[in-house]
Write a protein that binds this ligand. Structure first.
Ligand SMILES: [Zn+2]
Length: 308
């Protein structure tokens, strides 16, 4: 039995989910949501007849605070935390992670994400690509899926895949979009990861943003793949033409809103997408990606100050 728990982050429903699955020896959680919403998750677990301490296994898609922020709370209650090898050091010593997030969020850190604490090393288990964990009679398989972040896993459990951000953000009745965030956005890896998820032939795909997708998993992945490519090219062409960061932020927000509107998203949903996946982050991520990995593709017509 699967329970999609709504963290109601900043009182907004339907944006950040933590997903619980019942196993023989307690609960399994796929992503925890931020620490600031730990109380909301615990309350929903109680409503489902459980307590937070019943969570024995926590599988993290990646270590960004909206996914892993409350992991240390569950670890304190005795859960084992599973994570990609590159994510593990930052759970055990979150100093660098907190510093880099503080550069983005500044004074909003606590309000957005709550409290931070290290996780004891013995509570963290790293999972490499295709590693399997036995949970009661079940097997959970980790699939390394970089693109959104280099340390990203998705997890397969029978016919289900628990997707993480590489599998897209899909809110309300809207389409899947790829959350581009710095500093590790990598387009080719993302597309390969979508291929790996497709090869799992899952019947159900659960997203942290938000919940099980309706309809076919392969149609979802096709739409996501198309958008990864389209967005990357949109940025490449404008960078090539010499557009600067500020100009791109407003233009990209407009471009995404138009795309979502065409796909029948409501104005409220468009706001939710912007909240879950802010345009300014996508711009920073895409500019860094192109400059770092394909600078020859974006600098040809630019003079030194980046203007035409
Ligand atoms: Zn996320």
């Amino acid at each position: 039995m699967v329970h999609v728990l709504d963290t109601r982050h900043l009182d907004r429903p339907g944006i950040i989910a933590s997903t619980a699955v019942e196993a023989d020896d307690g609960l399994v959680l796929f992503d925890t949501g931020p620490e600031s919403t730990f109380g909301n998750v615990a309350e929903q677990l109680r409503e489902a007849g459980f307590a937070a301490k019943d969570v024995r296994h926590v599988f993290l898609s990646h270590i960004h605070f909206d996914h892993a922020g409350a992991a240390w709370r569950f670890a304190k209650l005795g859960a084992t935390i599973y994570v990609h090898p590159r994510g593990a050091p930052h759970l055990i010593d979150p100093t660098k992670l907190i510093d880099s997030a503080t550069r983005i969020y500044g004074d909003e850190m606590e309000k957005l994400w709550g409290q931070f604490a290290p996780i004891a090393e013995q509570s963290v288990t790293v999972l490499h690509d295709m590693d399997v964990v036995r949970v009661g009679p079940f097997e959970v398989r980790a699939i390394a899926t970089p693109g959104h972040a280099s340390h990203h896993n998705v997890y397969q459990w029978e016919d289900n895949v628990f997707g993480g951000d590489v599998a897209g953000v899909r809110l309300g009745g809207g389409p899947p979009v790829p959350p581009f965030v710095p500093p590790e956005l990598h387009i080719e890896s993302w597309q390969e990861s979508i291929g790996k998820i497709r090869a799992l032939n899952a019947k159900k795909l659960y997203l942290p943003h938000f919940g099980p997708i309706q309809g076919s998993v392969s149609a979802h992945l096709d739409a996501l793949d198309g958008r990864v490519r389209r967005w990357a090219i949109w940025f490449r062409d404008r960078m090539r033409a010499g557009h600067g960061e500020q100009q791109l932020i407003s233009a990209f927000a407009e471009y995404v809103a138009d795309e979502l509107r065409e796909e029948k998203a409501t104005e409220d949903e468009i706001r939710d997408y912007e909240y879950a996946d802010p345009s300014f982050m996508a711009v920073g991520a895409a500019m860094r990606y192109w400059q770092k990995h394909h600078s020859e593709d974006v600098s040809r017509f630019q003079s030194e100050d980046g203007q035409l």
